[in-house]
Design a protein around this ligand. Sequence first.
Ligand code: 1PR
Length: 532
Amino acid sequence: MIITLLDYGAGNVRSVRNAIKKLGYTVQDVRRPTDILTAERLIFPGVGSYGSVMNRLRSDGFVAPLIERIKSDKPVLGICVALQALFEGSEESPGVAGLGVLQGQVKRFTNPDLSVPQIGWNGINIHKQSHLFKGYKKEKLYFVHSYRATLETTDQEWLLTTSNYGEEFVSGVQKGNVAAFQFHPEKSGAAGLTILANYLSSEKSKPIILSSDNPSNTKQETKIAKRVIACLDVRSNDNGDLVVTKGDQYDVRDKGEVRNLGKPVELAKRYYEEGADEITFLNITGFRDFPMEDQPMLEVLQKTSEQVFVPLTIGGGIREFTDSNGVAYTSLDVASEYFRSGADKISIGSDACCTAEKFLKSNVKTGKSSIEQISSVYGAQAVVISIDPRRVYVNTPDETEHNVIKTEILGPNGEQYCWYQCTVKGGREGRDLDAVQLAMSCEALGAGEILLNCIDKDGTNSGFDVELINHVKSAVSIPVIASSGAGSAQHFVDVFRETDAEAALAAGIFHRREVPIFEVKQALIDDGIEIR
Ligand code: 1PR
């Protein structure tokens, strides 16, 4: 059977395409509005903000045929924002009309104690029998969203699954042959592929409410898991080959040679198979090269996304750029190239510092920064800010205007205080900006997550900088990924016990096979920490 994909050019539809292909089907794109009506099976992936999705559907003439298809009960599977699009509108984009198949508005998560967006692996409770869950064993699935359909608004006839994130919200709807999920089956590893396969394999026009073999579903409050992320710092070595490298405090050379710890695609695949919850690629020389001309790096992403069905983040070189022919590119163009190549999230390093410095001076949101542009098109959840700070010790807090902490790790002269100076260009240049200022400014401008590295800790195997993580985490309400310094499974337990970080990332210990991912997961389970 040929599966028809509604690709309206707004993000990482490549993941869905790859997942369908992996399951053995051929994919064809919707080219004309009538294709929506004639498709045997339609997948409607939701990527981007509510407004950008709906505006794009409207300008392409897809809204009326979509509504007609849904009303005539032809098979449709919607993913993420596509579930939200079934409603009349969303707080995310006031005044933009949704499809209106379901009544009511989609609203933002409101619990002040939780990070928004919800990013990560959460469970579902199934409220009615559906063959979509045949073979599904209650594993966690990958969610990434700031807005959700509420139980109060959702028509009971449509309610399929709920999940908990500070409250119980609607994570799946289904009526007849039309279903939609808030989670991403294409990014939820083997469990997600099972669900997707169930949708794809149904015979044409067979009603979707079928199965009696669904295991009895005891409902429990679902919990989001702490994520374990494998990070691959990638650059060309001196022979011009793209390699995964790893530095000590950002120095990636050993006796003058760039350290080579393996091939990017192979390593990413290994980490996926070993249970990494997410894979991050950092194109560490992206600040001086131009990613859109970096074909090998884009190919790494494309090839990885064919084999890896968990979220992929890529960073490096996201900024405005004018090429040798005088053609100007915006940072949105660069990010779009990464998304088209298979990224689910992009991460911005150096350029975020420049943006934050301007924002702190003027306190004006121009709408033109990379963060604002990418976030408004792809959604906040797709924009990660990579912070590369190092400690600057002071004797007293009033020696600097920066945000200072009292530290237990004393400075070289016994200093008891320090601030965290942001750096750009891979740690080569320090700025008059601290990590808290950067994180808060970027959150205000629309970033959805912080990747918090630490140059002092990077490659040391001495554990995460818990003081830094608490310092930044307490200043923002978006998720924080703790990074740098992991040397053992216990360090992951410590960082999740001693901070509220949502995820922890490591590189060296995984590349050198010192600690396998399953050992990290086992240590977290033994300590009662929720994992996938
Ligand atoms: O500035 O937008 O072009 O992005 C460049 C990106 O490349 C940034 O995200 C920056 O963090 C990263 N980067 C630049 N130079 C280096 C370097 O190492 N020389 N790597 C670098 C950053 C830090 C982590 C590392 C953890 C865990 N690497 O990604 O993986 O510290 O390591 P560990 O577990 O081995 O301790 P832009």
